[in-house]
Write a protein that binds this ligand. Structure first.
Ligand code: ZN
Length: 450
């Protein structure tokens, strides 16, 4: 059984229940699980591999709760740069229509690598387009090579323009094939065990692109298979208007009417939820993926994260799609969340530790997992390890943990998932990043220029 020792780390942010922060401490892991944490002098075991963690800061691997990896092929697209959500989407749909399976693979590989290099060890992805024969396995294959945990959200759209929806008809799938493929991917790929590296999630794109009936069927299917549910909700004012106009309900009421609330459900954004809806989310233990950069980029609004946390709503962070971010840096999202909540509520109303909690344990709870997001005995050996000697940390010895979000944003020296080093000093362990970047670039050029 493979063992790993992280020896004498200068700082460890555990995110355990007592919010312990350790100095000059070590972590011993066996077969991908943390077995011991403490003073190296007291360790009885010898490890197969040791990382000398002097001058390093170790935190739980970051957890990303919302993304659309394919969008990194159309970052900063000029015609969509300055539009709010609906205009941004309708500008990009015609380009996304040309995606082929190898595009889904390479965008997933690069997008996951980008997150791993910045400290993320678990990501979900909301893939709601499957044009030209693309399949969920195009992403799953990429996740295996990257070595991170993956919550593959099988998304879909069923209401095209001709039926009053937003996407072009050519990008929507018929309901029968959606249902069949959802069953297929759950039965083929979902691993529900503890320390799972791959979970399947059912994820209709949004209330403005999926029928009411299919939303209900999806909820029933998810409960039958015990998988989670995910979608976009209450992202901006246009979204609220659509809900009132088409369903005569606010988004929270709509979600409730479809049985889309509960511990096994998380919604992206929720910027415009009102007080009653937030209470409902707290009461039902429904999770929220807060995506601050995307919300600012699309001018959707400032989500009331402070109030959500105080009410007991489960909140994690998402980078959101790379065409509305246009980055995949979760530690930076943590920083953005910190700054945005301070802007809304005041400088003393949101602190750095809370922002880091959103990116780690908060995200784990949103994904309905209790085995990640924390450095404690019995939890997964997933770590983001940063070098305190890099320029971004210079002058921060009074509080290097806070520096993770107040300074930077920084990349990791090591990212470890399931006890394996998956990136080191900016290099991915299992593939040549430069070669893959070339492929990514040519895929992007083909989509944009043809
Ligand atoms: Zn999204």
């Amino acid at each position: 059984m493979k063992t790993l020792l992280i020896k004498n780390a200068s700082h460890i942010l555990t995110m355990d229940d007592k919010e312990n922060e350790l100095t000059n401490s070590s972590i011993f892991c066996r077969s991908g699980v943390i077995e011991w944490v403490g003073d190296y002098k007291n360790l009885k075991e010898k490890a197969d591999h040791t990382i000398d963690a002097k001058d390093l800061i170790v935190i739980p691997g970051l957890v990303n709760t919302h993304h659309h990896l394919f969008q990194n092929l159309t970052r900063v697209y000029p015609q969509a740069q300055d539009k709010p959500l609906f205009g941004w989407l309708t500008t990009l749909y015609p380009i996304w229509q040309k995606l082929i399976p190898s595009d889904i693979y390479i965008s997933s590989l690069i997008g996951m690598a980008e997150m791993v290099l910045t400290g993320c060890t678990t990501t979900s992805d909301h893939q709601y387009l499957f044009p030209n024969g693309s399949k969920l396995e195009d992403q799953i294959e990429a996740a295996k090579l990257v070595g991170c945990r993956f919550h593959a959200a099988r998304g879909f759209m069923s209401v095209g323009e001709s039926q009053g929806g937003l996407p072009p008809d050519s990008l929507v799938e018929d309901e029968e094939s959606i249902i069949k493929d959802c069953q297929r991917v759950i039965e083929t790929f979902n691993d529900e065990k503890q320390f799972s590296m791959l979970k399947v999630v059912l994820a209709p794109c949004s209330p403005f692109s999926v029928s009411q009936n299919l939303m209900k069927i999806t909820a029933e299917m998810a409960r039958e298979y015990s998988v989670s549910l995910h979608t976009h909700l209450a992202e901006n004012d246009e979204d609220i208007e659509y809900s009132k106009c088409h369903f005569d309900m606010r988004p929270g009421e709509y979600a409730e009417s479809l049985n889309w609330l509960g511990d096994d459900v998380w919604h992206a954004h929720c910027v415009k939820l009102n007080d009653n809806e937030s209470d409902l989310f707290a009461k039902t233990r429904t999770g929220i993926a807060h995506c601050p950069t995307s919300n600012m980029r699309l001018a959707s609004g400032i989500a009331p994260v402070r109030e959500w946390i105080d009410k007991g709503v489960k909140v994690g962070l998402g980078v959101d799609g790379s065409s509305s971010n246009d980055s995949g840096h979760l530690l930076n999202e943590s920083r953005q969340a910190l700054l945005l909540q301070r802007l809304k509520y005041g400088a003393d109303k949101f602190n750095g530790r809370e922002a880091l909690r959103l990116a780690t344990k908060g995200g784990a709870k949103v994904l309905n997992r209790n085995d990640i997001g924390e450095i404690s005995v019995g939890k997964a050996a997933d770590f983001a390890i940063y070098d305190l000697k890099q320029i971004d940390f210079s002058g921060t010895s009074s509080d290097p943990i806070a520096a993770l979000v107040f300074c930077g944003p920084v990349k990791t020296k090591f990212t470890i998932c399931n006890g394996n080093i998956i990136s080191e000093n900016g290099h991915m362990k299992k593939f040549d990043l430069n070669l893959s970047l070339e492929k990514h670039s040519s895929a992007s050029n083909r989509l944009i220029n043809n």
